[in-house]
Design a binder for this molecule. Structure first.
Ligand SMILES: NC(=O)c1ccc[n+]([C@@H]2O[C@H](COP(=O)([O-])OP(=O)(O)OC[C@H]3O[C@@H](n4cnc5c(N)ncnc54)[C@H](OP(=O)(O)O)[C@@H]3O)[C@@H](O)[C@H]2O)c1
Length: 360
């Protein structure tokens, strides 16, 4: 049975869901692919655990529970490059570095993993949304997979690659790509004050730890940069107009201060929503990108339309002019995002590490 070592960066919502799916699907995956994922290292913001022979499913279960209860890993976390070297020294040849953090600056670790002949799967968008010069080497590397960075596990990136591979040029990409902002807009539409809806979204873990990451449009901008670049357009952040849902003077507040001040925005959102309703529309936070650049912000869409009710991404191409090709569904959660990561890991197992699908 082929063993593929896994170094898992981040054991938050997505990381824990991924560990559960690996453990739960272990027998089926081994049976179908003659291959096993062997978790050798897990890291969080403060520490790590390392066992070159791999943790047992029982140990993984205990770690999931420990992290769920707000615990941290005990070991002093070395730089990721050092972890990779330890794996190399331990004779681990087939290894996937899995990044399900939201950290910036992990590019040197990613580069080192690739230099050592390893592969990587990321739900973390940041390495793909930085300057084009750096991002392009990951976007077009078959040893780096990142389906979950856009669409939370829906096959968005696979579809875009298919369109390009089959020679159907993409002209325009748009969508409602933020479950968090979709939730907020729907709540405001139903008459709820913005600050109340935001507090609920934060308490339920829908937002990033600092909700301004969502409200400022940066998360959607990153997704559009990834899609636009994969469509063949070497865009930079400066090519986008981004509407932030909070004013610049609120940027310097701490997170608790910002949450307390959010009520000052209630009237503005209520008025904008009422103005849209007067013409049979509602507001949704959408993103659009073309070869020339893009837009991220609030836009009126017809009330009760699919665009108002679903998270979706649409591709307008030569073959799909009107209507465009759409991928739509309910807002993604951690389980779907983790499934996208697992799907990428299985793709690498088959296509890079030579595991074979042998049975039903
Ligand atoms: N949640 C979703 O539905 C969704 C959908 C699509 C994409 N994503 C992306 O998936 C990623 C993870 O999301 P999440 O919801 O799981 O976030 P999360 O719950 O905040 O978890 C992040 C994890 O990363 C760990 N971490 C932070 N800094 C680290 C570092 N320097 N080294 C190693 N680990 C570090 C955190 O450690 P602690 O446990 O110590 O805090 C935590 O375990 C993000 O990039 C997010 O944008 C999420």
């Amino acid at each position: 049975m082929k063993q593929i070592a896994i170094i898992l960066l981040g054991v938050g919502g997505v990381g824990r869901a991924l560990l559960r799916q690996i453990v739960r699907g272990r027998d089926i995956f081994a049976h179908r692919n003659q291959c096993q994922f062997n978790l050798v290292a897990l890291t969080d913001s403060q520490g790590w655990v390392w066992q070159p022979t791999g943790f047992t499913d029982g140990q993984l279960g205990e770690m999931i529970a420990h992290k769920e209860a707000g615990g941290h890993f005990p070991g002093l976390r070395p730089p990721i490059q050092e972890m990779l070297q330890m794996a190399q020294d331990a004779g681990l040849r087939d290894l996937i570095l899995v990044d399900v953090t939201a950290e910036a600056g992990l590019e040197p670790a990613l580069n080192r993993a690739l230099e050592l002949g390893y592969t990587a799967v990321l739900a973390n968008k940041k390495p793909f949304a930085g300057p084009w010069q750096t991002a392009q080497s990951y976007l077009h590397n078959p040893r780096v997979r990142h389906e979950s960075t856009v669409g939370g596990g829906q096959p968005v990136i696979a579809t875009l690659r298919y369109l390009r591979d089959t020679g159907d040029p993409v002209h325009h990409i748009s969508g409602q790509m933020s479950g968090t902002l979709g939730f907020l807009c729907q709540q405001i539409e139903s008459g709820r004050p913005f600050a109340d809806a935001l507090a609920e979204a934060k308490s339920k873990g829908y937002t990033e730890p600092d909700p301004r990451e969502d409200l400022g449009g940066r998360d959607v901008l990153r997704k559009l940069l990834i899609l636009g670049r994969l469509a063949g357009w070497p865009l930079e952040e400066a090519d986008f107009t981004v509407e932030s849902l909070y004013p610049a003077e609120m940027a310097a507040l701490s997170v608790p201060e910002f949450m307390a001040a959010a009520a000052t925005l209630n009237a503005t959102f209520a008025q904008r929503m009422q103005a849209a309703a007067a013409t049979g529309h509602t507001l949704r936070f959408v993103g659009e990108v073309t070869p020339q650049g893009g837009f991220v912000g609030l836009k009126p869409v017809p009330q009760n339309s699919p665009q108002a009710n679903l998270k979706y991404i649409s591709f307008q191409t030569d073959h799909y002019q009107s209507p465009p090709l759409m991928i739509a569904g309910q807002g993604a959660g951690v389980a779907m995002t983790a499934a996208g990561v697992l799907g990428d890991m299985i793709g690498l197992a088959r296509e890079v590490y030579g595991s074979v699908e042998t049975r039903d």
